[in-house]
Design a protein around this ligand. Sequence first.
Ligand SMILES: NC(=O)c1ccc[n+]([C@@H]2O[C@H](COP(=O)([O-])OP(=O)(O)OC[C@H]3O[C@@H](n4cnc5c(N)ncnc54)[C@H](OP(=O)(O)O)[C@@H]3O)[C@@H](O)[C@H]2O)c1
Length: 475
Amino acid sequence: MVIAECMSTCWRNTKSLPFLFRLFIQGAMVATPILLLFLVLPITEWEVNGRMVSYTELWSSGEGAAAAVSLALAGAGAWGLAARRAESRWLLVISPVAPYIVLAIFSASAPVTLDVIVSAVLTAAVFYFCLFRLRAVRAYLDAELKGSELKGSASNNFSKGDDKMKLSKESNPKLTPLSLEFTADFGLDHVGRRYSPKERVMTLELTRQFLGTSTLGMVGAGHLAKAIALGLLEAGLPKHNLAICHRGSKETDRELSAAGLVERVVDKDIVTRGSRILLYLVRPQDVMAIQGADFRDDGIFISFLAGVPLKNLPVSIADTQRFRVMPSAPDTLRQRNGIAALYPADNPLVREILESLGLRVVALKQESDIHAFTALGPCLPIALTYWEGLGNKSDEAELLDAARKFGLPSYDSILRWAHSVRPRGLSNDEQKRYLTQATTPGGVTDAILAAIRTGMKLPTALERGIERSRELAGE
Ligand SMILES: NC(=O)c1ccc[n+]([C@@H]2O[C@H](COP(=O)([O-])OP(=O)(O)OC[C@H]3O[C@@H](n4cnc5c(N)ncnc54)[C@H](OP(=O)(O)O)[C@@H]3O)[C@@H](O)[C@H]2O)c1
């Protein structure tokens, strides 16, 4: 069972490889074990140097051993690469030359000509170039860097026998939370390499392991929930591990049906009791929607509600198992180019979920930092779209001043991100639709847009958003 699961994870991983590579690696994963079997078992005759040879001749000449070594190296290398093991690339590189080393050991075999050796060395060189130099392959293996951190912490913290959730920063020292003062160059990843959103590959390995047969539940199935659900499925969450509930609006059912998610809708009690990871995605004013619900005591609870502090959530879940996320709007999730604040930020499982959605995680040092981040970060593309749609120009210096006032010193990169994700050239109808799906009535963005409508300048309207976030928090 475990082996089958590992094999299926490896196969799924290969789907993140460039197309031709994927064909090559998947081909090697399937063909090499089959050929090895044919080679080892005396069930067929083989042709060597244009001559049919018997099973005994094949092995006594060294040709059998040479072919077996090459196939074993290629097979192990392909499966290793599928498992995102960087070191396995060497097996693939030496696989074309290894047979000739074996033949040299079997001195009885026919002499190997120079052109054959040259072509084997050239093949190895091509393999080396593709596997070690190509950016796409390096990006594929970069996911392993994060994945291995996660795998490490996962095995440190929960195993089949002990499935209590205890993931913590201490057990995973490699995961240094970013701070709100991070040098937010969104073109750089955590270790300073440049990447594009497409290259950010992230598996849901830890999440899948944590869920087992339980579900990742969503209470609320609105704009944000749908984008998250589809993003998680795309990132590899099996559909049967997803459970969704909402208040029951027909419109939402229709939308879930169009998104192919309606079959995952179940009763709220089933979602809250059966889900080891619960995402809370109702509007802030509906915060009491899960009051009195039963929860698993080994689960984690992730609230996306703007303005509602963790301590005000009506749930009987330990503080250490509650997390708060403030992501950018659903369209940025669909583009896999969003940002999200996370508090507390030391849990690799929660980070994995967010990063699998293509979100760049901004770790908050204290929960109250979320007010300024919400208005000046995720809300900014929407506010800019509305502001500039009214024929206004945005003044970057003023926005930077506002950010400085609220302790966001590296704000220029958030500004750049906001300009890069905000839609342009929308018709009136398209703009209306965009603003509707990005705005929760009564929420922070809504307050910013309302302030702009009353004639406030953009930075002042954003400050109004910060105030609204605090109001929602009851501060
Ligand atoms: N949209 C954004 O850009 C964005 C960005 C960051 C954070 N957020 C936060 O994410 C949350 C969701 O936002 P949204 O825009 O997705 O809101 P939304 O589209 O209005 O969706 C809210 C969902 O909550 C469901 N709901 C309400 N009461 C419920 C109850 N008692 N039991 C179960 N489900 C219930 C609704 O069900 P029905 O569909 O049946 O009415 C609806 O599916 C908000 O708290 C918001 O602050 C949103």
